[in-house]
Write a protein that binds this ligand. Structure first.
Ligand code: AMP
Length: 290
């Protein structure tokens, strides 16, 4: 695996990879990450390997998607360890630019996807999804992948990226080649996240209440319990388990992310963001009307 930190080196390495596939050129998959890798990220890489000739992973802690009072400074950075994990998973190329390579002085463009980015995490984290859309469009243009992999763990992010790809007529990757991968969980159900390492042992134990209470809420709503009461019960359960506040607990249309007051016939999703100690955790699950 080659690690590249400048756009020139990236272009040279990509030309080599594409040429190496023969015929029309090798099929390239992109897995964008912010590093501090865990099994969730590695699952994306394995899916990518199965569907492309070569996998390009990126590691970039994107300053534009962090708010002023968020954890940009504290976000874990462990490039050598991450590179070793990616190499052992068969990644061909690691794109690890620094902020000056991604946003050279004079950088002035912002990509903003209205609608699907506005509620939920968009309301709690102003500017977050502009930062995500801007960097992901840059990564798409830099790497020109045939296919790209994102986790359903960040469900709203996946929806924003899909909307951007559709609205801007992206061809590489084509909107239909933006693949969502189901959330990878710890044995107690907690969704894997680089931020879980912020949790103290007591907070980590209490955090398992999030997926547990969500699973119960999903089961209740699927068997016909009223939505508002179920969501209120879910919030109370999280507070009782040791969460300090709930940013949102919402049943939403799985595509538009518009909140729903009742279960209809369309695919729906339960989405929750809650704080425990100083850490903000997010999770989401499908709700399938019976
Ligand atoms: P991050 O490094 O947190 O920006 O995540 C990079 C990619 O990995 C994003 O597409 C995430 O949605 C995905 N991801 C993070 N955690 C998980 C998980 N537990 N299961 C599946 N995908 C994940």
């Amino acid at each position: 695996m080659q690690t590249v930190k400048t756009l020139d080196m990236l272009r040279t390495a990509l030309a080599h990879l594409r040429g190496a596939g023969g015929g029309d050129g090798a099929r390239i998959a992109l897995v964008p990450t912010m590093g501090a890798l865990h099994e969730g990220h590695l699952t994306l890489v394995r899916r990518a390997r199965a569907e492309a000739d070569h996998v390009v992973a990126s590691i970039f802690v994107n300053p534009k998607q962090f708010g002023a009072n968020e954890d940009f400074g504290a976000y874990p950075r462990q490039l050598a360890e991450d590179a070793a994990m990616l190499e052992s998973e068969g990644v061909a190329l690691l794109w690890a630019p620094d902020a000056a390579a991604m946003y050279p002085s004079g950088f002035a463009t912002n990509v903003s996807v209205a609608g699907v980015s506005e509620g939920l995490c968009g309301a709690a984290r102003p500017g977050h999804f502009d930062g995500v859309a801007t960097v992901v469009l840059k990564l798409f243009n830099q790497v020109s992948p045939d296919i790209a992999f994102f986790g359903e763990k960040d469900y709203q992010q996946l929806a924003v990226i899909r909307a951007m790809a559709r609205d801007l007529d992206l061809t590489r990757p084509h909107p239909q080649a933006i693949i969502g991968v189901p959330t990878v969980r710890e044995p107690d159900g907690l969704a894997m996240s680089s931020r879980n390492r912020y949790l103290s042992p007591g907070e980590r134990a209490a955090a398992a209440a999030l997926p547990r209470a969500m699973r119960q809420a999903v089961a209740d709503m699927e068997s016909g319990t009223e939505v508002a009461g179920t969501l209120a019960g879910l919030e109370s359960e999280l507070l009782a388990a040791g969460f300090s506040s709930i940013d949102y607990a919402v049943l939403a249309d799985a595509a538009s992310l518009e909140p729903l007051a009742s279960l209809g016939k369309q695919p729906t999703r339960l989405l929750v963001a809650a704080r425990i100690g100083g850490t903000r955790l997010i999770d989401n699950m499908a709700v399938v009307p019976r």
